[in-house]
Design a protein around this ligand. Structure first.
Ligand SMILES: [Zn+2]
Length: 231
């Protein structure tokens, strides 16, 4: 579903996101109201959206293409196509987590402002802000894990690109993603029974496999003197 267009970037939300919202409201703890659950969900949605805009606007600032953001229950995807330079990739990727980093002091100040002795709605605001503070930090830490295709993994790829070239940097980071992804999927599915985390791990494996195939295509094309557009 198309939500709107800001600075030439069109934002879409996948229908499964509404399914998640309905599930979260239905399965909320007894002491939490439906309104608080929805406000929290919308705020997380906002944080993810800002993160994706970080990627999209940074990519555009270095002359790349970024015209679409899709939000779905496991997070968001900014479809960015930075120019084939390691510096351009590095900036387009790191700008997302940078938004979460900037949000830490912003949320801290908001939390501090709401820490009066008020009751009722005021108290709920503080609870939601506390939760958002932790979620924002968790998103930052998780995204910066050096596992392809997470932001940390792609940051590693961009740094390696400076040193060992584009194809090998992609190959190394995709192999790391593949190994960690397979291990995490097995662990989450058979040991911890964490379905959502297992799903993320499967996504990591699939994207890493794509990355490896892409590296193969790029290597063949480079051998013939062509340049390949990534993604
Ligand atoms: Zn990101």
């Amino acid at each position: 579903m198309r939500l709107g267009c800001v600075s030439g970037v069109t934002v879409y939300v996948h229908w499964t996101w509404f399914l998640l919202a309905a599930m979260a409201v239905e399965l909320r703890p007894a002491e939490v109201t439906a309104a608080v659950t929805l406000v929290t969900l919308m705020s997380v949605f906002g944080i993810v959206l800002l993160h994706e805009f970080g990627h999209a606007l940074a990519c555009r600032s270095v002359g790349g293409r970024a015209d679409r953001i899709v939000l779905w229950p496991l997070g968001g995807v900014a479809f960015v196509q930075p120019p084939a330079r390691p510096g351009a990739l590095l900036w387009s990727i790191i700008a997302g987590p940078l938004v979460n980093l900037i949000l830490i002091p912003v949320l801290t100040v908001l939390l501090w402002l709401s820490s009066g002795n008020g009751a009722g709605a005021w108290h709920k605001t503080r609870d939601v802000l506390e939760l958002l503070w932790s979620i924002n930090l968790a998103l930052l830490v998780f995204n910066m894990l050096p596992v392809y295709p997470l932001d940390g993994g792609q940051t590693l790829q961009a740094i390696l690109w400076f040193m060992i070239g584009r194809v090998r940097s992609l190959r190394v980071s995709a192999v790391i993603g593949l190994i960690v992804g397979v291990a995490a999927a097995g662990l989450m599915l058979f040991w911890k029974q964490e379905f959502w985390l297992a799903l993320i791990a499967v996504f990591v494996v699939m994207r890493s496999w794509q990355g490896l195939r892409m590296a193969k295509v790029m290597a063949a094309a480079e051998a013939m003197g062509y340049e390949v557009e990534e993604r």
